[in-house]
Design a binder for this molecule. Structure first.
Ligand SMILES: [Zn+2]
Length: 159
């Protein structure tokens, strides 16, 4: 298992902050650094003996929403270069496909803002007797995200 020390990730975030340009209209943070073969922002960090590539939208999503585990960091803004944590949320590949299809049908103004989970909401979700889909609607996050919280695959640090 890979473990990140808080110190190293703080340094990583500081470095990330030097490589983006805020886009005032959309609120997107446009990555100016390296990109991987699929066009996603990456940053190479040299440790003692090796170079590690960090996928920036995953790092930023984890900053905002807690550990991703086996989930993907999905863009709400459809901009693969965007690293704004407010535009990223955890979800599965299926969520991504479904949302892309929904977005194609829906005018931009009708899109609902996604609510960000916090420790208090995570506790409420775990104690709640509601179904995954009811919880998904209530908190504005994907069903897979609710499942991950309930099964403690994410937010493991919350009691
Ligand atoms: Zn964005």
């Amino acid at each position: 298992m890979r473990r990140k020390t808080p110190k190293r990730s703080a340094t990583l975030i500081e470095r990330i902050m030097n490589y983006y340009i805020p886009e005032p209209n959309s609120g997107c943070w446009l990555w100016e650094g390296d990109k991987d073969k699929r066009g996603y922002p990456v940053l190479a960090v040299q440790t003692d003996y090796k170079r590690k590539m960090h996928r920036i939208h995953r790092v930023m999503c984890e900053q905002a929403h807690g550990p991703l585990g086996d989930l993907h960091a999905l863009h709400k803004c459809d901009n693969p270069y965007c690293i704004n944590p407010d535009h990223l949320r955890p979800g599965t590949h299926q969520d991504n496909m479904k949302e892309a299809a929904e977005r194609a049908r829906m005018p931009r103004a009708e899109r609902h803002p996604q609510t960000v989970l916090n420790a208090e909401k995570v506790r409420e979700i775990r104690q709640s007797g509601m179904t995954y889909s009811q919880l998904s609607k209530k908190y504005g996050v994907a069903v897979s995200c609710i499942q991950a919280v309930k099964q403690r695959r994410t937010w493991k640090h919350v009691a």
